[in-house]
Write a protein of this length. Structure first.
Length: 250
């Protein structure tokens, strides 16, 4: 068992598929209680049916302040307390910089950055209010560390998440809340599969990743678990890269 996770209350935004669903499953296996959110009630219901343990969830638009307030209220009612926030919700679209539509830019920033801020702020306030602290792990990306072509809005949003994480760490650390982020590289998720063909996946693996394979959602879930656990008790304000060596290549 991972240190300090059993019986903790864990809120996972974007927990209905891919990395989020793998993370929910991993925390449940470690004995945590989990409350997750997704885009639709149908997605949430499907995810809950796929999980075993103390788990519940709701549909919520993380870019909507009222929806986030309701999410925290429902999560606290089920969990008793949010000890850990896995701030995972996100979207991605592929478009050349000069062709990116304003409405697509706005939605990406709204979900990936505004939503990240709203959920983290709501959970952080609750963690600080009762003096018990907690752990927050945000979803950034290797796209926060370098610019990938055809993802200007996504790159900008994830660069913002990295800086948001560092600022939160500076401000919330003295109040007992540890804050970190994960920076996954090329992971085999439904989100990424919607952006590329299998042939493109294989070319990317071969040409850009030293381990010569794509990552698995479960491998990012393990990084989330570590950063949320007592095993990472002195890890704070960090960006944990999970990319098979992708960012090591010149």
């Amino acid at each position: 068992m991972t240190s300090g996770i059993r019986a903790k209350g864990v809120l996972i935004s974007g927990g209905t598929s891919g990395i989020g669903l793998a993370t929910a499953r991993r925390f449940l296996e470690e004995g945590a209680r989990v409350f997750l959110s997704g885009v639709t009630e149908e997605e949430v219901g499907k995810a809950l049916a796929d999980l075993d343990g103390a788990v519940d969830g709701m549909a919520a638009d993380v870019a909507d302040e009222r929806a986030v307030a309701q999410l925290l209220e429902r999560a606290e009612a089920f969990l008793g307390r949010v000890d850990v926030l896995i701030n995972n919700a996100g979207v991605a679209r592929k478009s050349a910089f000069l062709d990116t539509a304003i409405e697509d830019w706005d939605r990406t920033i709204a979900v990936n950055l505004r939503g990240m801020f709203l959920v983290a702020q709501a959970a952080g306030r609750a963690m600080v209010a009762d003096g018990l602290g907690g752990a927050i792990v945000n979803m950034a990306s290797t796209n926060a560390l370098g610019g990938e072509e055809e993802f200007a809005d996504y790159n900008a949003s994830k660069g913002g998440v990295l800086q948001l994480t560092r600022t939160m760490a500076v401000e919330l650390g003295p109040q007992g809340v540890r804050v970190n982020c994960v920076c996954p590289g090329f992971i085999d998720t439904p989100l990424n599969r919607a952006l590329a063909t299998e042939e493109e996946f294989q070319v990317y693996e071969r040409e850009r990743i030293p381990l010569r394979r794509r990552g698995r959602p479960e491998e990012v879930a393990s990084a989330y678990l570590f950063l949320a656990s007592d095993d990472a008790s002195f890890v704070h304000g960090a960006a944990l890269v999970v990319d098979g060596g992708q960012t090591a290549v010149m």
